[in-house]
Design a protein around this ligand. Structure first.
Ligand SMILES: Cc1cc2nc3c(=O)[nH]c(=O)nc-3n(C[C@H](O)[C@H](O)[C@H](O)COP(=O)(O)O)c2cc1C
Length: 217
């Protein structure tokens, strides 16, 4: 199937069939997509909480009460829900961990390569920390790349998905103890298979014309 067919076929599912679960192989594919998502300077400022049990999804659904009630059934009826979490800070421990991993993975064959990699990444991180003062915003942008990667990947895998920003992050941070672990919840992704009642399945997609959004120079 052409990629253009996949991106136009994918859509946001508004209702999931709770009886249809992702296969273990599909769950592994989703984990791989998340883990291998690209990020600026390979900073990987994220953690992903994957809920595949009724109990796990019910905990996440606590954050879809009140004004976010319209998203509760999506969380509860999906097969799996991913909580995309962003680091609260990009500290020196994390930078060291990234460097050690890259060395272990064979990307830094010499002491000089290791030094250069650390200096380059630290330069960007410190620019966002101390000059632009937008480190949190910068990290969250990387997390949204993982969301995009997972959305396209889900479509390739034949999995229906609903990205969800409509939830109370403070409630979810508390419920999952994210603050204590150095993270905050940024966005959710409900995954599964659509229900018959999914009205969005039958609506045409809508996008601005290509000439509005793409200029060629
Ligand atoms: C970051 C993000 C947050 C979203 N939050 C919600 C949400 O809380 N609830 C919902 O039903 N849809 C949500 N959506 C779905 C969008 O409304 C949908 O992607 C958009 O209308 C385009 O339609 P399509 O995904 O079917 O192509 C969200 C989408 C994105 C990318």
């Amino acid at each position: 199937m052409m990629l253009s067919e996949l991106v136009t076929r994918r859509y946001t599912s508004k209702a999931f069939d709770s009886s249809r679960k992702l296969s273990p192989a599909q769950v592994e594919e989703i984990k791989t997509l998340l883990r291998y998502s690209p990020s600026s300077t390979n900073s990987q400022p994220w953690h992903f909480v994957l809920a595949g049990t009724e109990e796990g999804k019910a905990r996440i659904a606590k954050a879809t009460s009140g004004r976010y009630e319209f998203n509760a059934a999506k969380v509860l009826n999906a097969s799996h829900v991913v909580v995309f979490c962003t680091r609260a800070s990009i500290d020196d421990d994390h930078l060291q961990r990234l460097l050690n991993q890259e060395e272990q993975d064979g990307r830094l064959p010499t002491a000089e390569a290791k030094q250069n990699q650390h200096a380059g990444r630290s330069h960007f991180v410190n620019m966002h920390r101390y000059e632009l003062k937008d480190a949190q915003h910068w990290m969250e942008k990387q997390v949204y790349l993982a969301l995009g990667t997972a959305l396209l990947g889900a479509s390739v895998l034949g999995i229906d998905a609903c990205p969800i920003e409509g939830f109370d992050a403070a409630i979810l941070n508390e419920e999952l103890g994210l603050r204590q672990q150095g993270y905050t919840a940024s966005v959710l992704l409900a995954l599964g298979h659509h229900a018959e009642s999914d009205f969005n399945k039958h609506l045409p997609k809508s996008r601005l014309p290509q000439s509005d959004v793409i200029s060629e120079i």
